[in-house]
Design a protein around this ligand. Structure first.
Ligand code: HEC
Length: 157
């Protein structure tokens, strides 16, 4: 009888812990922000990493757009492949746990859309189709910026 009780206690504790972890994974490390967005709380290094990726995003969008205008589809393919899922390889795992699921989805979808541009540039080589995909991709930049922000750590302000 005593063993059964201990077993149930262990089961309940484990369920509670896994529920907590799943919840953490979905909601991420977030706080409400006074500008109406959701503040994602990261360490200084993680925040710098994300902002660095962001500046690289802007560079990629400009370079891919220019290559499309110049109808250099080999360059479009190469640049958009680099900005696609291939770029996720060096993402620190700790960061993944802290980002809310909606932000992760938008981030991965943006990477996949860069891959889609690369695919268009290597298969149909249709510049207008690539341009349209880039237009759609940039809706993700807007959607994410309107929803999330990355405040600096409080003790550094
Ligand atoms: C998954 C969410 C997400 C997506 C998608 C996203 N961003 Fe961001 N980006 C952010 C957040 C969050 C910040 C920080 C904003 C803040 O704190 O106000 C940011 C900041 C930036 C910054 C400022 C960087 C700095 O050094 O301060 C640039 C530039 C930027 N994003 C460009 C882009 C471009 C271009 C795209 C689309 C190709 C894009 N972002 C897509 C979430 C995203």
């Amino acid at each position: 009888m005593k063993n059964v009780k201990v077993l149930w206690t262990v089961i309940i504790l484990l369920l509670g812990l896994s529920g907590f972890l799943v919840n953490k994974f979905i909601s991420g490390s977030v706080e409400p922000s006074d500008d109406g967005r959701t503040a994602v709380i990261l360490t200084k290094d993680e925040r710098n990493f994300v902002l660095d990726e962001m500046r690289a995003f802007l560079v990629s969008v400009q370079a891919v757009s220019q290559a499309i205008t110049e109808k250099d589809m080999n360059k479009v393919a190469e640049l958009s492949h680099k900005a696609g899922m291939a770029a996720e390889a060096n993402n620190p795992g700790s960061l993944m746990q802290k980002l809310p699921i909606g932000m992760k989805k938008l981030g991965f979808d943006t990477r996949k859309q860069f891959d889609a541009i690369s695919e268009i540039a290597t298969t149909s080589k249709d510049a207008l189709a690539a341009r349209k995909q880039l237009d759609t991709l940039m809706q993700n930049c807007i959607a994410c910026h309107v929803t999330y922000r990355l405040p600096e750590e409080k003790n550094q302000q």
